[in-house]
Design a protein around this ligand. Sequence first.
Ligand code: SF4
Length: 309
Amino acid sequence: MQRKTMKITRAQHYGMCFGVRDAISLAKAQTQDEPLTILGDLVHNEQVMADLKNRGVTIEKDVNEIRTKKVMITAHGASRKRINEVESKGFQVIEATCPLVRHAHNALGRLVSQGYFPVIIGQGGHVEVKGMTEDLEEYSLIEEVEEVKGLPQHPKYGVVAQTTQPIQKVREIVERMRQQFPGSQVKFSDTVCRPTKDRQIAAETLAKECDIVIVVGGKNSNNTRQLVIKSQSFGAKAYHVQGPEELDGSWFSGYETVGITAGTSTPSEIVDAVEEELEAIASRLSGRGAATEFAVPAMHSQAGLLRMD
Ligand code: SF4
């Protein structure tokens, strides 16, 4: 008896955002005439970083180890303190900071200048969060709703979030702060970026429709991890893979619907390769020859793939 074929669907919004794409293009352009050092990982994706290294880009975390004249700040941004440190050593700084990260820095700066005590919702130690906090004299950093109870008492709180935090959790934290400090003013500036919100909403829809969701992205990518958590919270089995080689055929046995989504650092070629491998797995599981039984993925047009941010 022939088994049912697996239906494979891509999320409505997935994969590389404009901020990451622009940063990669800038790095490639900059390295054409002169060697370039990138201060930290330009994006949280091993394959993209390997490609840049092949083009002669050096990745360095320690400013004292830089051997090129030009130094690039990543899409995650950096503090003024950090940029000044690099410039003071005579390097030419090239900023690939995403405009939406810059927007978050500006929103935070405005709140501080208006006398609000800064509260940043984000992941401790993350490079974007370091960039947001290193110039501040005092601040509180929280990542989970339960951490609100540890906040010090202040009359005015100014709250911003790391751009890749789940907006639902961010709103819960702000709400909890308002409940905990009824006599204080809690001003929230929503700095979660649109591409992150779009991918989170699309992952939710996908998770409701699919038995399994494959999330493609770097293991150290915060927004990719958040897509896994989001998919799991809506009942799907979710697997985080960096590429097609990490897919395991046994995950899919007995399941009929598989969704694909990807973090904001994941190139479309890797998503394509994952989908191809899923088609091959589905063919093997169904015992049918080709992948022609598959549902047309949401992002395919008649002429080919449609690309979106
Ligand atoms: S995830 Fe958002 S903030 Fe980060 S680079 Fe992409 S668009 Fe910019």
